[in-house]
Write a protein that binds this ligand. Structure first.
Ligand code: HDE
Length: 707
């Protein structure tokens, strides 16, 4: 056993990066100009552009053409049955100190001298691989820790509860939310009859529905989401004591969301918005970071709560069970090839390490079966040997053969016990995994614990804990979704469910979607709140623009020194600056001749090519160029839309007037009278929550805060 840890340590020290990156090096293939093209068998080929044919049908003997086409025919593998669309990155986890040793002997959590490599995959649930990133949906947040004792996976979500209590309902909830069977509609949406029909008849989902209809389901970025293990796991310490545990990831940048209008537009403008954002942040050095916190309950206190602590539709309110911060995770390396790494990574809730175990949470029990099982049809029986899935410590057992076996095992025996005593089990004293000893008794029957029957109190708790703005967004989301259900049975029933949570909420939705407006609340709202449920709670202590996307709007005739200064300030605050001009390429400063050699600065995009929705803030420098921007319908639309989406808007000198005119004056001159942005102008008069900050001092750019 000691050789296991020694080998893994060597792997860590043999690279400046981490053990996992080192182990992947042997599989990475460089494609460079010095290489020559071959067949899969290594045969050099001179022509892969023309089939071998004799001025007529292609010849069957052309093995080069056959190989090329045959390989292409089989490029696809089944996408994940849920969480098909995702993005991933490599990084590391480090414990802050050894304080977790009071609960667990898992070294990854309590040894601060260790740096554990991780791979993280974020995902949406409903849509297929080619769906859009910004849809309203739960986000997956799956972390694989490559520890010295084997792989440990926290396969979590960005929402701390789930739709169902028992794994046997999973195929039903997923069938209900996925596109309907008769017409494969809708893509990437829960706004349809079948989903709301099911959740209306399965009220244990009421709490989760509150979360999914909240801003949590339209995150601004993967980097700005919380993560939750959701299920109840257990920790075992060196003294053999057991604690129940829940895992939480808390993002350094705070928890931020898009507005629904932005999410809808971005889904069309840039369906890859979230995956690009992740890569952009890592590549620019603004490494995404999360703190890992745990909530622990001693084994003896399992039954001391109003709710069942094994019920995945319930949170453990932080007021009852505080968070302990144990370490932090940083993502600092983008993937080299999407398919090999992100598509082939395989997470399993059953992957645990010594000191971490399972509980009787009925959802977790089913998940422990399902993840392993699904990898078999997706990747085949030897999925563990795919580079991204391999542990960084040695793997040794008598599991053998199967399709795509990559190892060649030496020796004459493949069973245990064997006369040669090769490959012996490791003793617990050597650090091996062993199951918690526990009493199991009772009648086996199809049932749930008595406390699993209460479904509304935490749905109320969540709704009550939101800020008024967050509540408004939730109401609108419900009204949007139920408006997409054509069957009155479905939306009428769901209004009844809502009336168990909050009468005003049910009334609002009923009026909006045309259901029966309930006079009185079905249950009464107990008014309880918990601070950690509102996103506002996670605002970073120091406001930051790290990793944010800031647009600088220019036309010819800007002040060059000022623009350079603004860009420098933005970049020095670890944000990304993008110059948006009338065209991509050179835009010229005041006093410069258009087309002058060596003049101008490079615009990253042109006004028509990108939209304000794709940026967190925009700034317009001073100078004569402002007069041109004023005449551009698209520039004015940029400003109005950014204003409507509550973005920070900066302006210098003459640009202040442009901002004021664009936002306050309906009679703006449009360069093109047919410009469709005129429609949008009218709608902004109803935006009452928007604000704009006009910064005349360029220095303030680095202090901009974004919500
Ligand atoms: Fe999953 N889930 N799930 N799930 N899940 C899968 O496994 C399943 C649940 C989650 O990026 C599948 O490898 C069952 C809760 C994530 O590769 C599958 C049940 C939570 C991912 C599966 C649940 C999750 C999956 C499909 C109810 C939050 C993506 C592909 C008992 C804690 C992982 C795969 C990735 C993926 C089954 C419920 C999170 C079919 C049976 C609760 C993040 O095995």
């Amino acid at each position: 056993m000691s050789s296991i840890t020694t080998a893994a340590k060597q792997a860590v020290s043999s690279t400046t990066d981490n053990a996992k990156m080192a182990s992947l090096t042997q599989f990475r293939v460089e494609c460079g100009p010095s290489q020559r093209m071959t067949t899969d068998q290594g045969l050099h080929v001179a022509d892969t552009d023309n089939c071998n044919s004799s001025v007529g049908p292609a010849l069957l003997e052309d093995q080069i053409a056959r190989e090329k086409i045959m390989r292409f025919d089989h490029e696809r593998i089944p996408e994940r049955v849920v969480h098909a669309r995702g993005a991933g990155a490599h990084g590391y986890f480090k414990a802050y100190d050894s304080s977790a040793e009071q609960w667990t002997k898992a070294k990854v959590l309590m040894d601060p001298s260790r740096t554990t490599p991780v791979f993280v995959r974020f995902s949406t649930v409903q849509g297929s691989r080619g769906s859009a990133d910004t849809v309203r949906d739960v986000r997956g947040f799956a972390v694989k820790f490559y520890t010295e004792e084997g792989n440990w996976d926290i396969v979590g979500n960005n929402i701390p509860v789930f739709f169902i209590q028992d794994a046997i309902k999973f195929p039903d909830i997923i069938h209900a939310v996925k596109p309907e069977p008769h017409n494969e509609v809708p893509t990437g949406q829960s706004a349809h009859n079948n989903f709301w029909d099911f959740v209306g008849l399965q009220p244990e989902s009421a709490h989760m529905i509150m979360w999914v209809m909240s801003d949590r389901a339209i995150p601004r970025s993967f980097r700005m989401m919380q993560g939750f293990g959701v299920n109840t796991y257990t920790l075992l310490n060196a003294a053999g004591e057991k604690h129940f545990v829940k895992f939480h990831w808390i993002p350094e940048l705070g928890v931020h969301s898009l507005l629904w209008d932005e999410a809808l537009k971005i889904a069309g403008q840039d369906p890859d918005f979230h995956r690009k954002d992740l890569n952009e942040a890592i590549q620019s050095g603004a490494y995404p970071k999360w703190r890992l916190a745990i909530q622990v309950i001693p084994e003896k206190d399992e039954h001391n709560f109003d709710f069942d602590i094994l019920d995945a539709t319930k949170i453990w309110p932080e007021e009852l069970v505080p968070l302990h911060f144990v370490g932090e995770m940083v993502l600092n390396q983008v993937v080299a090839e999407f398919f090999s790494e992100v598509e082939q990574v395989a997470f399993c809730t059953s992957n645990v390490v010594p000191g971490i175990g399972f509980s009787d949470d009925p959802l977790l029990q089913g998940r422990n079966f399902s993840y392993f099982d699904t990898q078999l049809s997706r990747l085949g029986v030897n999925w563990q040997q795919i580079p991204v899935n391999r542990p960084v410590c040695p793997v040794m057992n008598f599991q053998r053969d199967g399709q795509m076996q990559m190892k060649i095992h030496k020796g004459t025996v493949n069973y245990w016990p064997n006369r040669q005593e090769v490959v012996q089990p490791a003793a617990v004293s050597e650090g091996s995994y062993h199951d918690h000893v526990r009493n199991i008794s009772g009648m086996a029957q199809r049932m749930r614990g008595p406390k699993f029957n209460e479904h509304y109190s935490q749905a109320q708790l969540f709704y009550n804990s939101l800020s008024p703005t967050e509540q408004t967004h939730l109401q609108s989301a419900l009204a949007f979704e139920l408006s997409h259900c054509k069957d009155p049975v479905v939306y009428r029933n769901y209004i009844n469910v809502l009336n168990n949570i909050d009468n005003k909420l049910a009334k609002y939705v009923a009026v909006a979607v045309g259901g029966d407006v309930p006079d009185a609340s079905a249950k009464g709202n107990q008014g309880h709140k918990s601070a950690g449920l509102s996103q506002a709670y996670y605002a970073p202590k120091e406001p930051t623009i790290k990793g944010r996307r800031i647009a600088i709007l220019l036309a010819d005739g800007f002040d060059k020194a000022e623009v350079v200064a603004i860009k420098t300030l933005i970049v020095s605050a670890s944000a990304n600056a993008f110059v948006i001009g009338p065209r991509r390429g050179k835009v010229y400063a005041a006093g410069e001749k258009i087309g002058a050699e060596g003049g101008g600065i490079d615009a990253d995009h042109h006004l028509e090519g990108q939209r304000s929705t794709l940026f967190d803030a925009l700034i317009i420098p001073s100078g004569e160029h402002v007069a041109l921007l004023m005449k551009s319908g698209r520039a004015v639309h940029w400003l109005r839309e950014a204003f409507g989406h509550c973005k920070a808007i900066g302006a210098v000198g003459e640009a202040i007037l442009l901002v004021q005119q664009a936002i306050n004056l309906p009679e703006v001159q449009y360069a093109d009278p047919t410009d469709s942005s005129t429609e949008v102008v009218a709608s902004y008069s109803v935006v009452t929550t928007a604000y704009y900050g006009v910064s005349t001092a360029i220095g303030d750019a680095s202090k901009m805060t974004l919500s």
